[in-house]
Design a protein around this ligand. Sequence first.
Ligand code: RB5
Length: 151
Amino acid sequence: MVTRVAVASDHAGFELKSLIVEWLGELEGVEAVDLGPADTTRTDYPDWAATLAGALANGAAERGVLVCGTGIGISIAANKHPGVRAALVHDVTTARLCRAHNDANVLCLGQRIVGQAVAREALEAFLGTAFEGGRHADRVAKIHAPERAEG
Ligand code: RB5
């Protein structure tokens, strides 16, 4: 089974986003869906978070990766969208644990914060780690309770 991974960034994350698309292309069983942007023209990270959330919601991708300068703004924006569990990750350990414990479906990275070697290892950990379920499953379900309450 191929896992489709949607990727997007703002201008400050464009370089790392482009590398991530390349790296995904080298992984067996993974298809990169490059949502943009196509260059480093100044752009607003919430717009790209919304685009990626749409790709998850409509089934164009099962997972996502978002990049901005720090990873902060784009992760905050992504988590406003129903069904998104975006994790801002700085190392391989948090990349692994956001999958194992939080069932994160979007990896967020800061191009100005994380080196490329760490970003690549974090990406592979994010894609290669399964959700543990068990005691974590109810907690993850509770994350989405506010969305259900809002209707
Ligand atoms: C853009 O300059 C920068 O503010 C943005 O990429 C991000 O770091 C925001 O959190």
